[in-house]
Design a protein around this ligand. Structure first.
Ligand code: 5GP
Length: 132
């Protein structure tokens, strides 16, 4: 069965899209831990990130870099952190978590509430800064 991320990639489930190319997609995490929390996903359906073929792992990280720099420009966090977990959705992905203060925990633990309007606005201003 297709993963939830494959359904997003196919357009069967909506997302707040940040960027996309032939091999990768980035969209806002639906349960964010910070404003701009983004998932970077290779379109190829592989469960474990470190099972990706080297070229795809590399290109996924380079795609993540472009998205992280766009998050930095648009949202002006101190920097953007990276979390790798992958135990909830069995489709390799990288979490990009903008860090706004020293006291912010960069983990997937504590979710925050963000309105649909703000999610739409974040997707719009961040995607405008992505340079593919
Ligand atoms: P992990 O597998 O790395 O533990 O976490 C998967 C992440 O995917 C979670 O942070 C969760 O909020 C996110 N997620 C799960 N389902 C959806 C979905 O349908 N849309 C989006 N945008 N994110 C999702």
């Amino acid at each position: 069965m297709a993963t939830i991320f494959t359904k997003i990639i196919r357009g069967e489930i909506p997302c707040y899209k940040i960027a996309e190319n032939e091999m990768h997609i980035a969209f806002l995490d639906i349960n964010p831990v910070a404003e701009g929390h983004t998932l970077v996903v290779p379109k190829k359906e592989v469960d474990y990130l470190f099972d990706l073929p080297d070229p795809l792992l590399s290109s996924t990280m380079l795609f993540a870099k472009k998205v992280a720099l766009a998050l930095d420009k648009a949202l002006k966090p101190d920097r953007t952190g990276v979390v790798l977990d992958g135990r909830e959705v069995p489709h390799a992905h990288v979490h990009l978590v903008p860090i706004y203060s020293d006291s912010q925990s960069v983990s997937l633990g504590k979710k925050i509430e963000i309105s649909r309007e703000r999610m739409q606005e974040i997707a719009k201003i961040v995607s405008a800064e992505v340079e593919l």
